[in-house]
Ligand binder design. Sequence first.
Ligand code: ADP
Length: 257
Amino acid sequence: LQNAPREVRELAQTFNRMLSRLADAWEQQRQVVSNISHELRTPLTIVLGYLQSLLRRSANLSDYQREALTTATTEAEQATRLLQDLLDLARADSGYMHFHRESVVLMDLVTEVAAMAEQFSDRAIQVSTSETLIAPETLKVSADRHALKRGLVNLIDNAVKYSAADQPVVLSLQFTETQAMIQVGDRGVGISLADQSRIFDRFYRVDEARSRATGGHGLGLAIAKTLIEGMEGSITVRSRLGEGSTFTITLPREVTI
Ligand code: ADP
């Protein structure tokens, strides 16, 4: 660039200055979000603690009092989750996301998460494997168990939220020579092609009212994507409006020698 005409050099300098100002602004914004989330978390945890203990201990509540306490608790729980999600994303943006990677047998992890999801969602969560997967215990990835579970839970959570209660949610394991895939399939409302490109954006929700009713903040997919991409993986979606959706987590397969 040193030998370039003066105009080009000046343009490059201006561009660099703009970039660095943009980076500063982004970093400031990240810190504000992170600080606010931290500051709100402690009082909110205290409020939630008191609400839960009131609900547990008070035997003689009127209907109104019980309803008010229950609603306040649900809202406080949702706000706590939102703060945690914001903190996690701010941490990811800062580049300080630490993964404790280990060898994970996908079949074990998926079975465990499916059992847990059945408990909390009260829905049938099926697990299936590709017919050609003869020895499921050999399908391994190098991943942070906690992060992978979190990503998967977010996908299952959505599959449950956006499909009817009598429809199955299916987790299935697929693989190629170099990659391992976990698919989460539902026969729910589906997502239009236009929305498919936006649902991984932060705070994007196709149907605000429905999402709000189901306790969503529009961060679940953004977090799943950040976590999985942080482990050199990817998340993709295939969907048709009114028919259902399949989300696929793909991770490099651990080579066993
Ligand atoms: P939310 O907390 O709103 O569910 P997400 O980031 O998890 O946020 O998802 C973003 C949006 O993508 C949702 O609001 C919903 O409109 C859409 N979506 C995600 N998963 C599904 C699914 N399995 N079926 C239909 N729509 C989905």
